[in-house]
Design a protein around this ligand. Structure first.
Ligand SMILES: C[S@@+](CC[C@H](N)C(=O)[O-])C[C@H]1O[C@@H](n2cnc3c(N)ncnc32)[C@H](O)[C@@H]1O
Length: 268
């Protein structure tokens, strides 16, 4: 692994190992954005590493630049009731020093999960943790249903007389913080190889956060990169990137998903 002791990490690389140990050799304040999703619940053992959310979040906080962002995508285990582990993670982030800048919803369009005695769960949280105030926010917009010039509904002055006048309704408005994505093959990604990993999140989700919180050339990290979705979208959009995963097998999938540079110049 080519990293100077407590130095700037080399970008555009995958690392196999426990992310807490890998990040420990990096200098402070070097990452602009993390987009990541922890293993399902804290309970699993991945290649002998038991996942410790608090330590992982502390490590991410230390390497995040002032004004940098960490998007933490997490759902609760539902077994009888909801585990609420997602909220534990949000408190770990606050304890580490992050601001809980937003609690966004990742809504799944086609959800396979059913419960006999409760409504079908169709979302996970996307916590947006920031180190201070976010230094970049490129608001994503959606087209408005009505736009152009219309008479205002109300324009009452202090004399209570309603002087309706033409107002211009904008063609676009800033999105809400509920983002909806199709999941599965053709939804999350068209890369068949990705589904050798059990928990791929949508490329579009990673892309939307990368475009929102970074500029070209910024460094994007996924310390639990799995099949490499965040790294792929960072590369496609001209950001530097680093992916870490404890599983060599998953990192091999991620390597296969990254577009080569010839392909990339066609995309950009
Ligand atoms: C929910 S998956 C991430 C999936 C990824 N977002 C994607 O689109 O493929 C969580 C990943 O965390 C990895 N992981 C678990 N503990 C880890 C640790 N201590 N350090 C690095 N990676 C870890 C697992 O191997 C798993 O691939």
């Amino acid at each position: 692994m080519s990293i100077n002791k407590k130095g700037m990490p080399d970008a555009c690389r995958f690392h196999v190992g426990d992310a807490v140990s890998v990040l420990d050799s990096w200098c402070d304040d070097c990452v602009d954005l993390t987009v990541t999703s922890p293993p399902y619940e804290n309970l699993r053992d991945y290649n002998g590493y038991s996942f410790d959310a608090a330590k992982m979040i502390q490590a991410i906080y230390r390497v995040t630049k002032e004004g940098g962002v960490c998007v933490w995508v997490v759902g609760d285990k539902i077994n009888g009731g909801r585990s609420l582990v997602s909220f534990d993670h949000a408190y770990h982030a606050r304890n580490a020093g992050f601001v809980v800048h937003d609690v966004m919803i990742y809504q799944k369009k086609n959800t396979p999960f059913m419960r006999a005695n409760a409504y079908t769960n169709c979302y996970e949280f996307m916590f947006v943790f920031t180190k201070g105030k976010p230094k970049t926010f490129n608001a994503l917009k959606v087209p408005t249903v009505r736009h152009g010039w219309e008479r205002s509904v109300s324009n009452k002055g202090p004399d209570a007389v309603n002087r309706k006048r033409p107002v211009e309704l904008k063609k676009e408005k800033v999105r809400t913080n509920i983002w909806q994505y199709a999941v599965g093959l053709g939804g999350s990604t068209s890369d068949r190889v990705a589904f050798q990993h059990p928990a791929v999140f949508p490329e579009k989700l990673a892309e939307d956060h990368i475009l929102s919180w970074t500029e070209a050339g910024d460094l994007v990290l996924d310390p639990m990169c799995g099949s490499g979705t965040t790294c792929k979208m960072a590369k496609v959009h001209g950001r530097r990137w680093i992916g870490v995963d404890v599983s060599e097998e998953y990192v091999e999938i991620a390597r296969q998903r990254l577009p080569d540079d010839t392909l990339l110049s066609a995309v950009l």
